[in-house]
Ligand binder design. Structure first.
Ligand SMILES: *Cc1c(COP(=O)(O)O)cnc(C)c1O
Length: 361
Protein backbone atom coordinates (compact mmCIF):
# COMPACT_ATOMS: atom_id res chain seq x y z
CA UNK A 1 0.00 0.00 0.00
CA UNK A 2 1.40 3.39 -0.95
CA UNK A 3 1.10 6.58 1.07
CA UNK A 4 -2.06 8.67 0.92
CA UNK A 5 -5.66 8.78 2.07
CA UNK A 6 -7.43 5.51 2.84
CA UNK A 7 -10.81 4.81 4.40
CA UNK A 8 -10.81 1.55 6.35
CA UNK A 9 -14.33 0.10 6.65
CA UNK A 10 -14.69 -2.29 9.58
CA UNK A 11 -17.43 -4.80 8.84
CA UNK A 12 -17.28 -6.34 12.33
CA UNK A 13 -18.08 -2.95 13.81
CA UNK A 14 -20.99 -2.63 11.35
CA UNK A 15 -22.36 -6.00 12.51
CA UNK A 16 -21.97 -5.07 16.16
CA UNK A 17 -23.78 -1.77 15.63
CA UNK A 18 -26.58 -3.75 13.95
CA UNK A 19 -26.70 -5.94 17.08
CA UNK A 20 -27.00 -2.77 19.13
CA UNK A 21 -30.08 -1.80 17.06
CA UNK A 22 -31.66 -5.24 17.62
CA UNK A 23 -30.93 -5.02 21.33
CA UNK A 24 -32.38 -1.49 21.64
CA UNK A 25 -35.55 -2.31 19.64
CA UNK A 26 -36.02 -6.07 20.15
CA UNK A 27 -39.63 -6.21 18.96
CA UNK A 28 -39.23 -4.21 15.76
CA UNK A 29 -38.11 -5.09 12.28
CA UNK A 30 -35.08 -3.17 11.05
CA UNK A 31 -34.93 -1.10 7.86
CA UNK A 32 -31.27 -0.12 7.44
CA UNK A 33 -30.53 3.26 5.85
CA UNK A 34 -28.17 2.88 2.90
CA UNK A 35 -28.88 6.19 1.18
CA UNK A 36 -26.04 8.38 -0.09
CA UNK A 37 -23.73 5.43 -0.67
CA UNK A 38 -24.45 4.14 2.86
CA UNK A 39 -23.52 7.50 4.39
CA UNK A 40 -20.32 7.45 2.34
CA UNK A 41 -19.26 3.98 3.54
CA UNK A 42 -19.96 2.14 0.27
CA UNK A 43 -23.54 1.01 -0.40
CA UNK A 44 -22.86 -2.39 -1.90
CA UNK A 45 -20.30 -3.63 0.61
CA UNK A 46 -22.44 -2.37 3.51
CA UNK A 47 -25.53 -4.04 2.00
CA UNK A 48 -23.66 -7.33 1.74
CA UNK A 49 -22.67 -7.23 5.40
CA UNK A 50 -26.14 -6.19 6.56
CA UNK A 51 -28.08 -8.90 4.70
CA UNK A 52 -29.72 -9.88 7.99
CA UNK A 53 -31.68 -6.60 7.86
CA UNK A 54 -35.43 -6.90 7.33
CA UNK A 55 -35.27 -4.23 4.65
CA UNK A 56 -32.95 -1.60 3.21
CA UNK A 57 -33.76 2.00 2.35
CA UNK A 58 -32.29 4.48 -0.11
CA UNK A 59 -33.47 7.93 -1.17
CA UNK A 60 -33.88 7.42 -4.91
CA UNK A 61 -34.98 4.83 -7.45
CA UNK A 62 -31.54 4.90 -9.09
CA UNK A 63 -29.97 3.76 -5.80
CA UNK A 64 -32.49 0.93 -5.47
CA UNK A 65 -31.79 -0.23 -9.03
CA UNK A 66 -28.06 -0.33 -8.15
CA UNK A 67 -28.79 -2.61 -5.17
CA UNK A 68 -30.82 -4.96 -7.35
CA UNK A 69 -28.15 -4.96 -10.08
CA UNK A 70 -25.69 -6.11 -7.41
CA UNK A 71 -27.92 -9.06 -6.59
CA UNK A 72 -29.42 -7.77 -3.32
CA UNK A 73 -32.74 -9.59 -2.80
CA UNK A 74 -33.76 -7.95 0.50
CA UNK A 75 -36.84 -5.67 0.39
CA UNK A 76 -35.71 -2.17 -0.70
CA UNK A 77 -37.64 1.00 0.19
CA UNK A 78 -37.34 4.23 -1.85
CA UNK A 79 -37.65 7.05 0.69
CA UNK A 80 -38.52 9.82 -1.77
CA UNK A 81 -40.72 7.63 -3.97
CA UNK A 82 -41.22 8.07 -7.71
CA UNK A 83 -41.52 11.26 -9.69
CA UNK A 84 -42.38 10.08 -13.19
CA UNK A 85 -43.69 7.10 -15.14
CA UNK A 86 -40.25 5.84 -16.01
CA UNK A 87 -39.22 5.67 -12.35
CA UNK A 88 -42.46 3.93 -11.45
CA UNK A 89 -41.93 1.27 -14.14
CA UNK A 90 -38.36 0.79 -12.90
CA UNK A 91 -39.58 0.44 -9.33
CA UNK A 92 -42.16 -2.17 -10.31
CA UNK A 93 -39.67 -4.05 -12.46
CA UNK A 94 -37.08 -4.22 -9.66
CA UNK A 95 -39.57 -4.91 -6.90
CA UNK A 96 -38.79 -1.70 -5.00
CA UNK A 97 -41.12 -0.45 -2.25
CA UNK A 98 -42.24 3.17 -2.55
CA UNK A 99 -42.77 5.90 -0.03
CA UNK A 100 -45.74 8.03 -1.13
CA UNK A 101 -45.64 11.51 0.30
CA UNK A 102 -47.74 13.73 -1.99
CA UNK A 103 -50.84 13.60 -4.15
CA UNK A 104 -48.93 13.64 -7.44
CA UNK A 105 -47.40 10.29 -6.51
CA UNK A 106 -50.86 8.81 -5.89
CA UNK A 107 -52.03 10.18 -9.27
CA UNK A 108 -49.03 8.53 -10.94
CA UNK A 109 -49.88 5.18 -9.34
CA UNK A 110 -53.51 5.49 -10.46
CA UNK A 111 -52.62 6.36 -14.08
CA UNK A 112 -50.13 3.61 -14.82
CA UNK A 113 -50.60 -0.06 -15.64
CA UNK A 114 -47.95 -2.03 -13.78
CA UNK A 115 -46.83 -5.62 -14.24
CA UNK A 116 -47.37 -6.23 -10.55
CA UNK A 117 -48.57 -4.12 -7.62
CA UNK A 118 -45.94 -2.22 -5.63
CA UNK A 119 -45.62 -2.16 -1.86
CA UNK A 120 -46.23 1.37 -0.56
CA UNK A 121 -45.45 3.34 2.58
CA UNK A 122 -47.61 6.36 3.30
CA UNK A 123 -45.49 9.21 4.62
CA UNK A 124 -47.22 11.41 7.18
CA UNK A 125 -45.86 14.78 8.30
CA UNK A 126 -45.98 15.16 12.08
CA UNK A 127 -43.80 18.26 12.33
CA UNK A 128 -40.67 17.80 10.24
CA UNK A 129 -42.42 19.82 7.50
CA UNK A 130 -40.32 18.43 4.72
CA UNK A 131 -42.17 15.51 3.14
CA UNK A 132 -45.50 13.89 3.87
CA UNK A 133 -49.26 14.32 4.07
CA UNK A 134 -50.51 16.32 7.03
CA UNK A 135 -52.23 14.20 9.68
CA UNK A 136 -55.58 15.72 8.62
CA UNK A 137 -55.25 14.25 5.11
CA UNK A 138 -53.58 10.97 6.06
CA UNK A 139 -56.74 8.82 6.11
CA UNK A 140 -57.87 10.00 2.68
CA UNK A 141 -54.43 9.32 1.20
CA UNK A 142 -54.30 5.93 2.91
CA UNK A 143 -57.70 4.97 1.50
CA UNK A 144 -56.74 6.13 -1.99
CA UNK A 145 -53.68 3.87 -1.86
CA UNK A 146 -55.71 0.93 -0.55
CA UNK A 147 -58.10 1.31 -3.47
CA UNK A 148 -55.43 1.62 -6.14
CA UNK A 149 -54.97 -1.55 -8.17
CA UNK A 150 -51.24 -0.91 -8.59
CA UNK A 151 -50.66 -0.84 -4.83
CA UNK A 152 -50.13 -4.04 -2.85
CA UNK A 153 -52.86 -4.61 -0.23
CA UNK A 154 -50.83 -3.92 2.90
CA UNK A 155 -49.92 -0.20 3.06
CA UNK A 156 -47.61 0.83 5.93
CA UNK A 157 -47.43 4.25 7.56
CA UNK A 158 -44.30 6.20 8.45
CA UNK A 159 -43.26 9.56 9.82
CA UNK A 160 -39.86 11.16 10.43
CA UNK A 161 -38.58 12.74 13.64
CA UNK A 162 -37.20 16.26 13.33
CA UNK A 163 -35.60 16.81 16.75
CA UNK A 164 -34.46 13.39 17.93
CA UNK A 165 -30.85 14.58 18.18
CA UNK A 166 -31.82 16.31 21.42
CA UNK A 167 -32.82 14.05 24.32
CA UNK A 168 -34.39 16.99 26.17
CA UNK A 169 -36.57 18.21 23.31
CA UNK A 170 -40.26 17.32 23.74
CA UNK A 171 -41.01 17.66 20.00
CA UNK A 172 -40.37 13.93 19.62
CA UNK A 173 -43.07 13.03 22.16
CA UNK A 174 -45.51 15.29 20.34
CA UNK A 175 -44.70 13.68 16.99
CA UNK A 176 -45.24 10.20 18.48
CA UNK A 177 -48.63 11.37 19.82
CA UNK A 178 -49.63 12.90 16.47
CA UNK A 179 -49.06 9.71 14.47
CA UNK A 180 -50.76 7.46 17.04
CA UNK A 181 -54.39 7.98 15.86
CA UNK A 182 -53.35 7.47 12.23
CA UNK A 183 -51.79 4.13 13.14
CA UNK A 184 -54.84 3.17 15.21
CA UNK A 185 -57.40 4.10 12.55
CA UNK A 186 -55.56 2.40 9.71
CA UNK A 187 -54.34 -0.58 11.70
CA UNK A 188 -51.24 -0.31 9.49
CA UNK A 189 -47.71 -1.26 10.37
CA UNK A 190 -45.91 1.85 11.55
CA UNK A 191 -42.42 3.28 11.48
CA UNK A 192 -41.25 6.36 13.37
CA UNK A 193 -37.77 5.86 14.79
CA UNK A 194 -34.46 6.99 13.33
CA UNK A 195 -31.31 6.31 15.39
CA UNK A 196 -32.26 8.90 18.00
CA UNK A 197 -35.72 7.37 18.41
CA UNK A 198 -34.26 3.86 18.65
CA UNK A 199 -31.87 4.81 21.45
CA UNK A 200 -34.02 7.18 23.47
CA UNK A 201 -37.76 6.85 22.74
CA UNK A 202 -39.04 3.26 23.14
CA UNK A 203 -42.59 4.43 22.29
CA UNK A 204 -41.31 5.31 18.81
CA UNK A 205 -40.22 1.76 17.98
CA UNK A 206 -43.50 0.37 16.54
CA UNK A 207 -43.26 -2.41 13.88
CA UNK A 208 -40.26 -0.98 12.02
CA UNK A 209 -37.23 1.08 13.05
CA UNK A 210 -34.98 2.95 10.61
CA UNK A 211 -31.39 3.23 11.87
CA UNK A 212 -28.89 5.28 9.91
CA UNK A 213 -26.02 6.98 11.69
CA UNK A 214 -25.88 4.52 14.60
CA UNK A 215 -25.06 1.69 12.19
CA UNK A 216 -22.00 3.65 11.16
CA UNK A 217 -20.95 4.15 14.78
CA UNK A 218 -21.74 7.79 15.48
CA UNK A 219 -24.06 8.98 18.20
CA UNK A 220 -27.25 10.59 16.87
CA UNK A 221 -27.23 12.93 19.88
CA UNK A 222 -25.58 16.34 19.91
CA UNK A 223 -22.68 16.52 22.34
CA UNK A 224 -22.16 12.75 22.54
CA UNK A 225 -19.93 10.27 20.74
CA UNK A 226 -20.73 6.75 19.54
CA UNK A 227 -18.96 5.08 22.44
CA UNK A 228 -21.39 6.80 24.86
CA UNK A 229 -24.18 4.85 23.16
CA UNK A 230 -22.32 1.54 22.84
CA UNK A 231 -21.43 2.05 19.17
CA UNK A 232 -18.20 1.35 17.31
CA UNK A 233 -16.76 3.52 14.51
CA UNK A 234 -17.03 1.80 11.13
CA UNK A 235 -14.97 4.19 9.00
CA UNK A 236 -11.41 5.11 9.97
CA UNK A 237 -9.88 7.73 7.68
CA UNK A 238 -6.09 7.64 7.55
CA UNK A 239 -3.23 9.13 5.57
CA UNK A 240 0.50 9.73 6.01
CA UNK A 241 2.99 12.44 6.72
CA UNK A 242 4.64 13.41 3.44
CA UNK A 243 6.98 16.13 4.76
CA UNK A 244 8.44 17.47 7.99
CA UNK A 245 9.78 21.01 7.77
CA UNK A 246 11.27 23.46 10.23
CA UNK A 247 10.11 27.07 10.25
CA UNK A 248 11.09 30.11 12.26
CA UNK A 249 9.23 32.20 14.77
CA UNK A 250 6.92 34.57 12.84
CA UNK A 251 6.62 32.42 9.68
CA UNK A 252 3.08 32.01 8.36
CA UNK A 253 1.94 28.49 7.40
CA UNK A 254 -0.33 27.71 4.44
CA UNK A 255 -2.70 29.83 2.33
CA UNK A 256 -3.01 33.36 3.61
CA UNK A 257 -0.31 32.75 6.19
CA UNK A 258 -3.11 32.87 8.74
CA UNK A 259 -1.33 30.66 11.25
CA UNK A 260 1.95 32.13 12.47
CA UNK A 261 4.68 30.09 14.17
CA UNK A 262 5.00 31.29 17.79
CA UNK A 263 8.57 29.96 17.93
CA UNK A 264 11.01 27.99 15.76
CA UNK A 265 9.21 24.69 15.25
CA UNK A 266 8.66 21.55 13.16
CA UNK A 267 5.59 21.44 10.90
CA UNK A 268 4.21 18.20 9.44
CA UNK A 269 2.38 17.94 6.13
CA UNK A 270 -0.28 15.21 5.74
CA UNK A 271 -1.55 13.99 2.37
CA UNK A 272 -5.22 14.74 2.83
CA UNK A 273 -7.33 17.79 2.06
CA UNK A 274 -10.77 18.97 1.11
CA UNK A 275 -10.35 17.24 -2.24
CA UNK A 276 -10.53 14.00 -0.26
CA UNK A 277 -13.38 15.15 1.94
CA UNK A 278 -11.44 16.46 4.92
CA UNK A 279 -13.51 19.54 5.86
CA UNK A 280 -12.00 22.86 4.79
CA UNK A 281 -13.76 24.50 7.71
CA UNK A 282 -11.75 22.52 10.27
CA UNK A 283 -10.19 25.21 12.44
CA UNK A 284 -6.62 25.32 13.80
CA UNK A 285 -6.57 23.10 16.86
CA UNK A 286 -8.67 20.34 15.28
CA UNK A 287 -7.08 17.13 16.63
CA UNK A 288 -5.25 14.63 14.43
CA UNK A 289 -3.89 11.30 15.69
CA UNK A 290 -0.20 10.61 15.01
CA UNK A 291 1.67 7.71 16.58
CA UNK A 292 -1.01 7.31 19.22
CA UNK A 293 -0.95 10.97 20.27
CA UNK A 294 -3.27 13.85 19.43
CA UNK A 295 -1.74 16.85 17.67
CA UNK A 296 -3.35 20.08 16.48
CA UNK A 297 -4.04 21.02 12.88
CA UNK A 298 -2.56 24.43 12.01
CA UNK A 299 -3.22 26.77 9.08
CA UNK A 300 -5.88 26.37 6.43
CA UNK A 301 -6.91 23.03 4.97
CA UNK A 302 -5.74 22.83 1.33
CA UNK A 303 -7.16 20.65 -1.45
CA UNK A 304 -4.59 17.86 -1.03
CA UNK A 305 -2.83 18.62 2.26
CA UNK A 306 -3.12 19.74 5.84
CA UNK A 307 -0.38 20.97 8.18
CA UNK A 308 0.28 19.91 11.78
CA UNK A 309 2.04 21.39 14.76
CA UNK A 310 4.77 18.78 15.43
CA UNK A 311 6.28 20.40 18.52
CA UNK A 312 5.18 17.49 20.73
CA UNK A 313 6.51 14.94 18.21
CA UNK A 314 9.65 16.45 16.69
CA UNK A 315 10.91 13.01 15.65
CA UNK A 316 7.91 12.17 13.48
CA UNK A 317 9.01 11.37 9.92
CA UNK A 318 7.69 11.11 6.39
CA UNK A 319 5.57 8.00 6.01
CA UNK A 320 4.20 8.01 9.57
CA UNK A 321 0.53 7.09 9.65
CA UNK A 322 -2.02 9.70 10.63
CA UNK A 323 -5.66 9.10 11.64
CA UNK A 324 -8.08 11.88 10.72
CA UNK A 325 -11.16 10.25 12.30
CA UNK A 326 -12.43 6.85 13.31
CA UNK A 327 -10.78 4.49 15.80
CA UNK A 328 -9.03 6.56 18.45
CA UNK A 329 -10.50 9.86 17.28
CA UNK A 330 -14.30 10.17 17.01
CA UNK A 331 -15.66 11.72 13.80
CA UNK A 332 -18.06 13.64 16.06
CA UNK A 333 -15.06 15.53 17.51
CA UNK A 334 -13.80 16.55 14.08
CA UNK A 335 -17.33 17.52 13.05
CA UNK A 336 -17.57 19.83 16.03
CA UNK A 337 -14.30 21.56 15.09
CA UNK A 338 -15.59 22.01 11.52
CA UNK A 339 -19.09 23.24 12.48
CA UNK A 340 -20.80 20.23 10.94
CA UNK A 341 -22.06 16.74 11.83
CA UNK A 342 -20.39 13.37 11.34
CA UNK A 343 -23.06 12.46 8.75
CA UNK A 344 -21.67 15.15 6.45
CA UNK A 345 -18.05 14.15 7.02
CA UNK A 346 -18.82 10.53 6.08
CA UNK A 347 -20.85 11.49 3.00
CA UNK A 348 -18.14 13.90 1.88
CA UNK A 349 -15.29 11.39 1.50
CA UNK A 350 -14.48 11.54 -2.20
CA UNK A 351 -13.81 8.81 -4.76
CA UNK A 352 -10.13 9.72 -4.73
CA UNK A 353 -9.79 8.03 -1.34
CA UNK A 354 -8.94 4.33 -1.46
CA UNK A 355 -11.50 2.19 0.41
CA UNK A 356 -10.20 -0.86 2.27
CA UNK A 357 -12.58 -3.46 3.68
CA UNK A 358 -11.55 -5.09 6.95
CA UNK A 359 -12.83 -7.04 9.94
CA UNK A 360 -11.61 -6.18 13.41
CA UNK A 361 -12.83 -9.41 15.00
C1 LIG B 1 -31.86 9.16 6.88
C2 LIG B 1 -33.16 8.75 7.45
C3 LIG B 1 -33.23 7.99 8.63
C4 LIG B 1 -32.02 7.67 9.48
O1 LIG B 1 -31.66 8.76 10.30
P1 LIG B 1 -30.42 8.64 11.31
O2 LIG B 1 -30.46 9.89 12.09
O3 LIG B 1 -29.20 8.55 10.44
O4 LIG B 1 -30.64 7.40 12.09
C5 LIG B 1 -34.48 7.54 9.01
N1 LIG B 1 -35.59 7.84 8.29
C6 LIG B 1 -35.55 8.59 7.18
C7 LIG B 1 -36.81 8.89 6.45
C8 LIG B 1 -34.34 9.07 6.73
O5 LIG B 1 -34.31 9.82 5.61
Amino acid sequence: MGLGPKAFIDHSALEQNMQRVRQAAPNSRVMVMLKANAYGHGMLTVANTLQSADSMAVARVSEGVQLRAAGITCPVVILEGCFDQDELLQAAKHNLELVVHEQGQIDLLQQQTLISPVVCWLKVDTGMHRLGFPVSRAMAAYNALRECKNVAPEVSVMTHLSNADDINDDTTDRQIELIRPVLEQTGAQGSIANSGGILNWAESHREWVRPGIMLYGSSPFTGRIGADDGLLPVMTLKSNLIAVNHYSKGDGVGYGGTWVCPEDMPVGVVAIGYGDGYPRHATPGTPVLLNGQLLPLIGRVSMDMITLDLRTQPHATTGDEVTLWGKGLPAETIAQHASTISYELFCGVTSRVEFIQERSG
